[in-house]
Each structure stands twice: as C-alpha cells, then as structure tokens.
Ligand binder design. Structure first.
Ligand SMILES: [Zn+2]
Length: 426
C-alpha cells in the first residue's frame, strides 16, 4: 500500500509505502496509491489518560465507542483509566479491558491499573500481578482520586520500580478541596462557588516529586493545571529526578472565566472539570511549559458523562469533559497557531513522549522505514464549528460546542490498516 504526497511533520511532500503493517519506504516513490493531497502526516497519537468507562458505565462510553472517538481524533493508542466499575485493580479486570480492546478496539488499548484496591486509598492493589498479566500494565493511577497517603504513595513508587512502571498521580489534596467547585479566585468568589485552591494540587506534586527522588522511582503528574505546579516540576527536572507531566487540551485553551461568561450564561456545568479550569496566567504558563518540554505530553482526560449527569445545576453536575475528537485541533489552536510548537513538537508531545512514558511498544515512533505504520493524516487548513452530533463518542459533554477550531483529522492508520478515511470511521 502506498500513501502519496503527504508532508511528514509538515515538511516537504513525500510518499510512504506500507508493507505488512510496517513502513517499508519513505521518499519519492513510484506507483499508484492513496493521494494524501499535501496533508500533514503525524505519527499515530498516543493518549496517556482516557476514561473508556467500560466495565460499568457503558451508558457513558464503551471500549468500542471510546476507541472510535480516539481513531477519529487521530489516536492509535490510548491508556484506559482504572476508575471503572469494578475498578481495574486486579489482573482479571485489566485483562478484561485489554481483551475488549483487542476485540472491539479501533485503536490499541493499554489498561492503567489502580494504585490502591477499589481506589480507596487504604491498601496497595495487585500491582505486580497487573504488570505480569496479558495487559502488561506499566502505568498505575487512582485517577479521579488522589493517592493522598504519603506512605502508600512511597510504597507504590518503590513497588513499580521492579517492572519499570510509573505512578501517575491525580494531585488533589482532599482536605483542601472538600466541596470545591471552581478555581479559587475572583470568579469563584463572584459566583459564590466553593474555591479549589491551586495549592491543593501543588502541595501534592511537591511531596510526590520529593518521594520519587527519595526512592529513586518514576512519577508522572496527571493534568497539571497551575503555574505553580509548572514551577515545581521544572525544579524537580532540574534536579535530574525522573518526573514527567501531562496537560489537557482544555487547560491549554479555557479559563475559569468560562463558568461566568458562557454563551448560555453563568454556571454552565459543561465547564465543570477536575482539576478546574484556572486563570489566563495559568494557561500562559502551561503553554510555555509544554513548549519548552517541562510538561512532556498532552493527555486528553477524555471523561464522558451521560446528559443527565452534566445538564443539571453546577453543584450537582459530574466533573469532566470529552476530548479525544477535538484534542489535535485544540493543540493546533493553542500551540501551533500561536507559534509555540511546530508539527514536530506536536508529534513529540502527543505521540513520542506519551508512548515512552507509558512504556508502550509499537507506538510513538518517527515515520521512517521499519516503524509500525501508525499514521495520522491531518488537514491544517480546515476550519469548522464543533458539532458533537457527529461525534463517535457515546457522550456529548464537549466544552467546545459552537466554537470554531482549526484542522481536521482526515485519516488514521493502525499498523497500516485504516481506522478513519475521509474523516469517517472505516
Ligand atoms: Zn484526574
């Protein structure tokens, strides 16, 4: 199979020949093939942070619909978070999710294992058994909840060293965020919503960086949302400690002002998310940190919820936003159109580094001969209003509805097999 006339990482036009799921040749190649029409070719995107909701909340998303959404967003692999029902805290459950991915996945699914049993923060889960299972778990997280007990966090960090795993922390000091609804600041004050202080995130990140250094282990920080968190991670990296971090697309584009000034008026819970949207100063710091590599990766935190859980009053609404089908366009808007990242940088932050952090073989490799043919073709000149009615996700809770965003994923290839063509699922 031949893909003609694509611009790899936005460079000069080239052709890509695929054989048996692997890139066989790149260059000016003879023969007939699929005309890429000058589209940008990127390595298949890799998400470190996806909530597929199966098992347990198939009304919100399934492995099938979530991976369809991923493929439409240009992803060829996702890490499925452990806060399912039952929780993915045993070899049995992670293997179930992994098998669902094998059978119904439109991209590869790598389960994340829980750090503590039942996400209860009391006892370590069966980390070694999950690592040894068919699911080959390497990322462990209680995401949705914070591993707030310092002793448990230390033990988890020590434990995962045995199999080169990483603990991905959802940094949220629970006592400082009791009842918290929106970033603590001017806007939460005006709206009368309980504040969610930046220090509740930053204190946990600082502690965990110190713990990771103390035991010589690997820490990954989920969805960094404040300028102060960036400073702490920059400091930890300057010490040579093995700390990585991710930022979500929505924290790169939206601020807490959305909660006051949405098109339908204040208190629109579509903007309710954990961690909360922060200030414009935080957004600027996150963009700069992603640009200079202090933040390693963009991760979607794709969090599907059924309509009844989101379209209610702010205080009662579920926290979270879907993101797989808009991530690349949001990064394009926030990082590329602003000149902060080029397409090589996008490939690094959305494919190479997430795959490396997750120790995920077969993904996150440059589009060169010998690499698996995981390829995303992207049209940077497209511009369209976000219309969730066409989404593959089972849920509709996107904060970008009605916004005009740049770019469009035209095709996605998983080991040479198209999962999306002409923007549609294959
Ligand atoms: Zn989280």
């Amino acid at each position: 199979m031949l893909i003609k006339n694509v611009r790899i990482l936005g460079g000069e036009a080239a052709d890509i020949r695929i054989e048996n799921g692997v890139i066989a040749e790149v260059g000016a190649l003879s023969g007939e093939g699929l005309d890429g029409g000058g589209l940008i070719a990127l390595p298949g995107l890799v998400d470190l942070h996806t909530h597929l909701r199966e098992p347990g909340r198939e009304d919100a998303e399934t492995v099938q619909t979530g991976t369809q959404a991923a493929a439409r967003g240009g992803y060829t692999a996702v890490h499925a978070m452990a806060n399912t029902s039952p929780v993915a805290d045993t070899a049995g459950v992670v293997e179930q999710v992994w098998r669902l991915g094998q059978e119904h996945g439109h991209c590869d699914v790598r389960p994340v294992g829980a750090v503590t049993s039942g996400l209860e923060g009391k006892h370590l889960a069966e980390l070694g058994a999950m690592a040894d299972s068919a699911a080959h778990v390497r990322v462990f997280s209680d995401d949705g909840k914070c591993v707030s007990d310092a002793v448990l966090m230390r033990r988890a960090l020590e434990y995962v060293k045995a199999f080169d795993g990483v603990v991905a922390q959802h940094a949220q000091e629970p006592r400082l965020t009791e009842g918290a609804q929106l970033n603590e600041g001017v806007i939460s004050g005006r709206l009368g919503l309980t504040g969610w202080p930046a220090v509740a995130e930053e204190a946990v990140i600082a502690r965990d960086c110190l713990l990771a250094a103390h035991v010589g282990s690997r820490l990954h920080v989920c969805h960094v949302s404040t300028a102060g968190s960036v400073e702490i991670i920059r400091w930890a990296k300057s010490k040579g400690w093995d700390v990585t971090a991710e930022v979500t697309p929505h924290h790169l584009l939206l601020t807490d002002a959305c909660a006051e000034a949405s098109p339908v008026g204040p208190y629109n819970p579509i903007y309710k998310v954990n961690p909360p949207l922060r200030t414009a100063e935080d957004v600027a710091a996150l963009r700069a940190a992603l640009a200079d590599g202090t933040i390693d990766a963009v991760a979607t935190d794709h969090a599907p919820h059924p309509v009844e859980d989101k379209e209610t009053e702010w205080g009662a609404a579920a926290m979270g936003m879907i993101g797989l089908e808009t991530a690349l366009s949001v990064v394009h808007e926030a990082m590329v159109e602003t000149g902060l990242l080029d397409w090589a940088g996008v490939a690094d932050r959305m494919s190479y580094r997430p795959a490396r952090i997750g120790r995920l073989p077969g993904h996150g490799q440059p589009l060169e001969a010998g690499a698996p043919a995981n390829i995303t073709l992207y049209d940077p000149s497209a511009r369209a209003e976000v219309d969730p009615s066409g989404f593959a996700s089972r849920s509709r809770n996107t904060p970008y509805v009605g916004m005009t965003l740049p770019g469009r994923v035209v095709a996605t290839f998983l080991r040479g097999r198209p999962t999306v063509l002409e923007g549609k699922l294959v």
